[in-house]
Design a protein around this ligand. Structure first.
Ligand SMILES: Nc1nc2c(ncn2[C@@H]2O[C@H](COP(=O)(O)OP(=O)(O)OP(=O)(O)O)[C@@H](O)[C@H]2O)c(=O)[nH]1
Ligand SMILES: [Zn+2]
Length: 320
């Protein structure tokens, strides 16, 4: 997804003052920090933060809460990373270290288009697994609601997610449906954005907060140029508090490293049954005496969710 123009003022806190803030972008020797008083500033990283034996690839991550000191204009220094509430990371195979994508995440906003591109609910189920694993909430925005005539089948899917406790809402840029509701959900929280290319993530964010100026292109432009790639992660501050962040590829690395028998625990609707399976390593696929399969047969678990589950354990990647 496109980035907001970097138009924030670069100004440090008063000399010698110790303040706290949230890291919005990380470079090799410095970071940008949104100070709690509202300024966004460039900060050097204190050398003592770099420790060879660290389990992480970098000492500071986007989303980190940090303590900063300033020793004059433009010479602010990150002194300390405050304890993390949790983080989303991927394993760097060469070093065995964790690369933190975002720290202190509250929720993931999964955007699914009802049309253009075609409705693909399984992508949402897959990202929900990553959210459950990371320990944060999932919000599902069913967007481009203006493009469909019969809402029946989508209502059913929305009810399925809602009943599991995921806030699910219909949104549209054209009619304005759900935009106010979405804004309320984002303010004050750190939200990871997810969803396939072209579903309307940038458009939604721009509607929620026009000042973000996220670039949004037409479907034909984008598809003509092939796959959209985004490299580094940045936290975007919302005017009324909170942040949004785009972490490319969450639905693949978000569940990387899990064994098939570890997946069902992250499906809220499957999880209650897994204790009753005959085999502790049951993958709820081919094994006999499987409580999950029985629940599907009895109509207690929705077929579509079970199908999503099977796709994941069979390692079938949802294409972009
Ligand atoms: N009809 C309709 N079109 C929409 C809506 N929201 C977005 N679009 C269109 O869908 C296209 C893609 O929107 P974007 O916001 O760029 O999608 P994105 O998810 O940010 O895409 P990436 O940047 O590739 O991740 C644009 O042409 C938008 O104008 C909507 O609610 N209704
Ligand atoms: Zn089973």
């Amino acid at each position: 997804m496109a980035r907001r123009a970097l138009n924030s003022r670069v100004r440090g806190p008063a000399p010698g003052r110790s303040v706290t803030g949230t890291v919005t972008r990380v470079h090799s020797r410095h970071a940008r920090v949104a100070l709690d008083d509202g300024e966004e500033t460039r900060c050097a990283l204190r050398k003592t933060l770099f420790r060879e034996e660290d389990q992480f690839t970098k000492p500071v991550a986007v989303g980190d809460r940090v303590r900063v000191t300033s020793f004059g204009p433009r010479t602010a220094v990150v002194e300390e990373v405050l304890p993390r509430r949790g983080y989303l990371a991927r394993l760097q195979v060469e070093t065995g270290k964790e690369q933190i994508m975002v720290a202190n995440v509250d929720q993931v906003l999964i955007t699914v288009a009802l049309a253009e591109p075609a409705f693909r609910p399984r992508i949402a189920d897959r990202i929900l697994v990553a959210a459950e694993r990371g320990g944060f909430d999932g919000i599902i925005a069913l967007t481009k609601s203006d493009l469909i005539d019969d809402r029946g089948p989508f209502d059913e899917m929305a009810a399925l997610w809602s009943d599991m406790g995921y806030h699910t809402l219909f949104t549209s840029l054209v009619t304005g449906e759900g935009i106010g509701e979405l804004k309320e959900l984002l303010v004050g929280s750190t939200t990871v954005l997810a969803g396939q290319s072209g579903v309307g993530k940038s458009s939604l964010l721009n509607a929620v907060e026009p000042a973000l100026e996220l670039r949004s292109q037409t479907v034909s432009d984008k598809w003509g140029k092939g796959r959209h790639t985004t490299s580094s992660t940045a936290l975007i501050p919302l005017k009324e508090g909170g942040f949004v962040v785009d972490t490319p590829g969450i639905r693949s690395w978000g569940i990387a490293g899990l064994e098939p028998s570890d997946i069902a625990i992250f499906f809220r609707d499957l999880a209650p049954y897994i204790e009753s399976c005959k085999y502790s390593e049951c993958t709820h696929d081919h094994e006999p005496d499987c409580a999950v399969k029985d629940a599907v047969a009895a109509g207690k678990i929705d077929d579509r969710r079970y199908e999503s589950y099977l796709r994941i354990i069979m390692g079938m990647e949802e294409e972009d």
